[in-house]
Design a protein around this ligand. Sequence first.
Ligand code: PLP
Length: 397
Amino acid sequence: MSLAHGRPYLAIPGPSVMPDRVLAAMHRAAPNIYEGELVEITRSIVADLKTVARTTADCAIYIANGHGTWEAALANVLRPGDAVLVPATGRFAHGWAEVARAMGAEARIVEYGKAAPLDAERVADALAEDRDHTIRAVLGVHVDTSTGIRNDLSALRAALDHTGHPALLMADCIASMACDRFEMDALGVDVALTASQKGLMTPPGLGILWIGEKAQAARAELAAVSPYWDWRPRCRPEVYYQHFCGTAPTHHLFGLRAALDMLLDEGMEAVWSRHETLARAVWAAVEAWGADGPLRINAPPGHRSHAVTALSLGGDRAERLRGWCAAEGGVTLGIGLGMADPGGPDAGGFFRIGHMGHLNAHMVLGALGVIESGLTALDIPHGPGALQAAAAICAGK
Ligand SMILES: *Cc1c(COP(=O)(O)O)cnc(C)c1O
């Protein structure tokens, strides 16, 4: 007997749960890609994506995942000999730095380890040392999905402004967009990027860039950009076939249109506070369990993402817990990513809870209940009162 029969719940930090409304919008015949509804909704999608990111910047859509947006952002600004500065608070900052290196740029890492947010002072020092302005862009990861750390992007803006360094500020908002508050123009971000499969609740396959004026000016300095990654034709939806560099991602666009309707019906302020409250419910439960056992939240208070929580249990306990929750409870938890040496003593000691996108109180409280059952079934020591604490947060107490 297993208690996993019923609607499964994928509680990993992307791809996230797809709303029935998004799935239903995609369940239709192939549309005309040259005129009509698809062309019209693309205009409205671009406008609404600007609302979601709180910006008037240009917006380009690629048929790509998050890795594609990393490459797109760099391909439009890097000149031979340029460097990028990468404050690293987890695996994803290193991933973006690796892409920059593979494209021929020097990547200067400012390392903060796996359990601390970036501090802008060391970034400012690195910028001040760069007297000949070799650094073309600072690559900031808003929420690092491996460590669950949320970084303060305004501190990066301040470091650039105080040192008078002309580098662009780029923000990876792949985990945070439509989950953690992000206001591109107020933050002074020059390029923001995301992918469709996290807070935007649409299947993986769309990569989105928002491109400010300063970044457009940087693009204009380049003689050539590889045509698929060039963002300029994509910023001109009136040339529809150019916009996608070929055939449009038809059904993804229908899905994203439905997802944006849901986000804007709810309102971005409400979307952000829902994520905050549900994240706080998760943390309250984990803190209660951890009061009498090995479970810990990785990110320090004040720097925790509202979209994903990374946790440590030590040994192989997290792997066993994930296995139990999937097989016996119908909840799939995220693997630990980049936290332990593969094959090392704690290789199975980390996991993540995704709480991004199409998510409500019953899903979070249900997942927490299954985790409590798993801890109990596997005799993993844990303190009492976790579900009570989470329920109190959902009740606004
Ligand atoms: C998911 C994620 C990525 C990678 O996105 P893919 O679609 O898997 O390429 C990059 N950065 C962050 C912060 C992410 O959460």
